[in-house]
Design a protein around this ligand. Structure first.
Ligand SMILES: Nc1ncnc2c1ncn2[C@@H]1O[C@H](COP(=O)(O)OP(=O)(O)OP(=O)(O)O)[C@@H](O)[C@H]1O
Length: 414
């Protein structure tokens, strides 16, 4: 078993991991999820004794990694697949690791077979593709036939067949009674691989639960309800009526309301009784990916901005060009129709309009999210919405970060 207790890591003013406590049990695959920069690798490095915690501690089988007798036989890890001497062949690399740990040389060929690199075992690893490098890293982790395995983003660079192979390998290792801790930022992949999830955002624990509980807690049915965009008071009135009837209401990014806890006919009746006209009342089910994005939305450090292209692409005279949006479609969030759209293109009649288009601030005017989630937090200063990103619903319940974690982020040299 892996255990973290109050694990905290600060790099100067940057808190990478904050007071993280969890257990990773044997016999199941535990997925370790979080957005980029949320502290997954740092946590794994602390578990493996490669980084010293600022406070708290991590143990494997009750002992800190550095106190484990013959650690490579007990713990295997894939942290950085590129951390290989490129001039060495795959076999030579594994042989050197085996020799350092007193592992018999014949084990090298066994693991090369397990990861499917037997035919390229004599090739220098610097010529390996990303996927081959990942396989070599996994081979190194398996070398000592350890009971505890940590994999940091093991499916990076793998093709679909490779991803399936990793998924089955993880499950098989867990079925053999091993402790398998796998990091990823792909919820969809973890939903297929892991039985238990630990989700972090900005170094803090956001969820620690079986995947099936995460699914049932987060992929509930909901209704989307939209009132005329030109009449904000209608939306307020409806939200109040639904709230009184026990619904949970969250604002969606396009100005609609996401309503859980009431069947559609009841919502319709309540709207009618309140004298509110509806422009939309539709049934939905939150996907797991969406649930994860909602959970971690407020804890995302890196957001892309739209590419203005510095005006480099000048439209030829007579052919006005709309940058950053597909021809003929209105911009996201119901802004004005693009000037110079394709001739004959029609505006989207369903696009949200007017003052409702921008998202209402979470927590303003609506009941707070159920289950006492942490305090909502604003977007990264200066961040622009990515017009190409899937549009998750409005901000749910991101965690309040410690003061020093909200400071503008600069990637520091590692
Ligand atoms: N040696 C270091 N010095 C300074 N800052 C660091 C160092 N290592 C990590 N950090 C910072 O700590 C934060 C957490 O990084 P970490 O690599 O653990 O995140 P992650 O969840 O693994 O990210 P990703 O999914 O992108 O790999 C980041 O902001 C990172 O820049």
């Amino acid at each position: 078993m892996i255990e973290a207790v109050g694990l905290t890591k600060r790099y100067g003013a940057k808190t990478a991991v904050h007071n993280l406590s969890f257990q990773v049990r044997p016999g199941t695959v535990t997925g370790f999820l979080g957005p980029n920069g949320s502290g997954k690798s740092t946590t794994m490095r602390m578990i493996l004794g490669l980084d010293a915690p600022t406070s708290g501690h991590a143990t494997i089988g009750g002992r800190p990694f550095r106190q484990l007798p013959n650690a490579p036989r007990q713990v295997g890890a894939l942290l950085d697949a590129k951390a290989v001497h490129g001039g060495r062949s795959a076999r030579a690399h594994l042989l050197s690791l085996a020799q350092l740990s007193g592992i018999p040389a014949r084990r090298v060929d066994e693991v090369l077979g397990v990861v499917g690199l037997q035919d390229v075992a004599g090739r220098r690893s610097k010529g390996f593709s990303l996927g081959m490098g990942q396989r070599l890293g996994i081979a190194a982790a398996l070398l000592g036939d350890p009971q505890v395995l940590l994999f940091d983003e093991p499916v990076n660079g793998l093709d679909p067949e490779g991803i399936l192979w990793v998924r089955n390998l993880m499950k098989q290792l867990a079925a053999e009674g091993r402790t398998v801790f796998v990091s990823s930022h792909l919820m969809s992949e973890m939903a297929l691989t892991a039985e238990h999830l630990i989700v972090i955002g900005r170094g803090q624990l956001m969820a620690d639960m079986p995947v099936k509980d995460f699914i049932s807690a987060n992929s509930a049915d909901f209704a989307r309800v939209r009132t005329p965009g030109t009449e904000p008071e209608q939306r307020e009135k409806l939200a109040a009526a639904l709230g009184e009837a026990g619904a949970r209401i969250e604002p969606e990014q396009d100005g609609a309301l996401r309503v859980t806890g009431l069947p559609l006919p009841r919502i319709s009746d309540l709207a009618h009784e309140a004298g509110v006209r509806l422009w939309e009342l539709s049934p939905h089910q939150a996907s797991l990916e969406e649930a994860y994005m909602r959970l971690t939305q407020g804890a995302v450090d890196y957001r892309s901005t739209s590419d203005a292209r510095a005006g480099l692409q000048q439209a030829p005279a007579g052919h006005p060009q709309q940058l950053g949006a597909p021809h003929g479609f209105p911009p996201a969030q119901g802004g004005p129709a693009p000037q110079g759209a394709m001739p004959g293109a029609q505006p989207n009649p369903y696009a949200p309009q007017g003052p409702y288009a921008p998202q209402a601030a979470p927590g303003q005017g609506y009941p707070p999210p159920a289950q006492g989630g942490p305090v909502p937090q604003g977007p990264v200063p200066g961040a622009q919405p990515n017009p190409y990103a899937p549009q998750p619903p409005a901000a749910p319940m991101p965690p309040a970060a410690p003061a020093d974690m909200t400071a503008p982020h600069h990637e520091e040299a590692r």
